[in-house]
Design a protein around this ligand. Structure first.
Ligand SMILES: CC(C)(COP(=O)(O)OP(=O)(O)OC[C@H]1O[C@@H](n2cnc3c(N)ncnc32)[C@H](O)[C@@H]1OP(=O)(O)O)[C@@H](O)C(=O)NCCC(=O)NCCS
Length: 275
């Protein structure tokens, strides 16, 4: 039977660094440059909630279109640009910075196709990256297969400090602190973006409700970090509540992230409300 080869960002094959085989607690910045064929298999993909209202799952071959949608939605987002608009890249043109912004989102999107759930609606009008309960993209296979390892070389020194030393540990620790024992049992909305030309059509609502309905059926919480001050009001409409605010502090301005959690609504209560 013919084997389907999924194209990975940056043209990387299924490889793993020689020195990384026993790196249970590896540091992402230590990814070495020599690679060999990897035998390890990926974790099975998470179960997909029933698809309704035009919501569909993004396939590996579509990662570029999905990432471009997110890149457009987050073109001016302070957090997305935090790793690109850095003092040691001031000499870069806007085109070079845009290319890196898109590239970062391609790696992140591909990692979620491999280990999470990526959904879209319309002609890539909106895209959501979810990490389902019990899943994460921290394993070496996903870092390599998705191209995330390339950030080690594509980000500037300051970009790396912001991404690897500040942003990732902060998000990891805060999520664990807020969710506690439920950290591995909750849905995580990592990115949600609607193209500017497609906003206001209810796309975000459909992508969110696709998962929150499943989370309600399973009695699971949903978690997100919001990077835009106008978004908490939008997420409150879907049952999310602010739990904490955290700040990124290496830039010229202080960037706030609002941490929000949506507790599951019992299906019984939901039908009582509707009656
Ligand atoms: C936030 C975002 C995802 C909303 O996408 P959207 O597809 O336009 O949202 P919807 O059309 O589904 O609207 C959902 C609800 O939010 C409300 N809403 C959407 N944008 C709003 C805005 N700018 N101000 C106030 N309310 C807004 C809508 O009125 C709607 O409420 P309703 O269903 O009660 O009428 C989109 O604006 C976006 O991509 N922004 C940039 C990226 C971003 O910040 N993403 C979130 C990261 S945490």
């Amino acid at each position: 039977m013919a084997k389907t080869i999924i194209p990975a960002p940056g043209g990387i094959s299924i490889v793993e660094p020689k020195a990384a085989l026993n790196l249970a607690n590896r540091v992402v910045t230590d990814v070495p440059t020599s690679f060999r064929i990897l035998q390890q298999k990926a974790t099975p993909p998470a179960s997909v909630p029933p698809l309704t209202d035009g919501v569909r799952v993004v396939t590996a071959g579509e990662y570029k279109e999905a990432a471009l949608c997110l890149a457009e939605a987050f073109a001016k987002d302070d957090v997305a640009r935090y790793f690109v608009d850095v003092p040691d890249r001031e000499h870069w043109t806007e085109e070079e910075k845009w290319a890196l912004h898109v590239e970062i989102l391609e790696y992140v999107t591909y990692a979620h196709i491999l280990k999470g759930l990526v959904t879209t609606i319309g002609d890539f009008g909106a895209v959501a990256l979810w990490m389902p309960p019990g899943q994460n993209m921290d394993d070496m296979w996903t870092i390599l297969r998705s191209g995330m390892w390339r950030l080690n070389y594509r980000l500037s020194s300051e970009g790396k400090r912001r991404f690897f030393n500040e942003f990732l540990p902060l998000l990891h620790d805060v999520k664990h602190g807020v969710l506690g024992e439920r950290d591995d049992e909750s849905w995580y909305l990592v990115y949600l973006g609607t193209r500017p030309s497609a906003q206001g059509k209810g796309y975000a609502r459909k992508l969110i409700e696709n998962v929150t309905k499943q989370a309600d059926r399973d009695g699971r919480a949903c978690y997100l970090e919001s990077s835009n001050p106008i978004n908490p009001a939008i997420y409150r409409k879907f049952g999310f509540e602010e739990r904490r605010a955290v700040h990124l502090q290496r830039g010229e301005k202080n960037i706030q992230l609002d941490i929000m959690v949506r507790e599951p609504v019992s299906v019984e209560n939901e039908s009582e409300v509707k009656q």
